[in-house]
Structure formats: C-alpha cells, structure tokens
Design a protein around this ligand. Structure first.
Ligand SMILES: [Zn+2]
Ligand SMILES: [Zn+2]
Length: 142
C-alpha cells in the first residue's frame, strides 16, 4: 500500500454510522489522557489524525458531545460507539478512533501521548515514542 492510495473505512458497532478516510493519516498514536479513557471506557485510546476533508461520513453521522471547551467528541447515537474527536487545538484535523476501523491491523501506532496520565497496567513497548502530554506540550520523555 502506498501513501497515496491508502483508503480506510470504518464505523460504529451497530452500522448506523460509517466513514471513509482517504490518504495516509497525518499521524497515529495512543492517547493515555483521562478524557480519552473515560470516553472510550478503555485503558487508553488509539487515534488516527486526518485533515478534515479526508474523512467523509458515508452513512449516518456521529452525534457530537462537547467534552471540554473547544473539544467535540462524536459517537453513534444508536449504539454509543465513540468515533471521532475535533478540537480547536488541532484546527483543520479530525481524529478517528482506531478501534472503529474495518481493518485496524492496517496501522502500526508507535507513539504514546499523555503518558503522564497512563494507567500502570498500560503496556508501552520498548522503543515506542513517549510524550508527557503531546509533542507540542510537555515534550518527549527521556
Ligand atoms: Zn452505532
Ligand atoms: Zn486523549
């Protein structure tokens, strides 16, 4: 698969909401922040970052929830599956939760953000990039 012909599809658990994401994601990363943990009900969340225009909703659309100032998280209003994130700090981007991909094996995330908030039972593989918060805030961990 080349960078230019990557297209990924995915959706929620019940199938009411479906999306298509075209092109290589700008980044893929695991996020250990408390908000992602709560929103996904999982130890941490895995994300793909795309330019807004790269993602189209092909069936239905996520219901938006303003989770904190300047941040909206989208989920399926029928089955509750969390799907996406849009935040003012990441203007022009939409972030998609990797667990909703039809083929989650198509990505290989090796970066971890908000490690400062990680649960002690989160496994972080040796050699993975680790950031206290994000690459812009908090910087890389030694
Ligand atoms: Zn659904
Ligand atoms: Zn997070």
């Amino acid at each position: 698969m080349t960078d230019t012909d990557q297209t990924r599809t995915g959706g929620c658990r019940c199938g009411a909401v479906r999306y298509r994401a075209v092109g290589k994601p700008k980044w893929v990363a695991h996020c250990h922040c408390k908000d992602c943990r709560k929103q996904t009900s999982a130890g941490y969340a895995t994300w793909l970052g795309y330019e807004t225009a790269a993602v189209t909703w092909e069936k239905g659309a996520p219901k938006q929830y303003a989770s904190s100032p300047g941040v909206e998280r989208g989920f399926c209003a029928n089955c509750g599956t969390p799907l996406c994130f849009v935040g003012q700090r990441w203007a022009g981007e939409i972030h998609i939760l990797a667990g909703t991909l039809d083929d989650p094996a198509s990505i290989a995330p090796r970066a971890h953000t908000f490690v400062i908030d990680a649960v002690p039972w989160a496994h972080i593989a040796p050699g993975d990039k680790r950031f206290w918060q994000t690459p812009k805030e908090g910087g890389p961990m030694a």
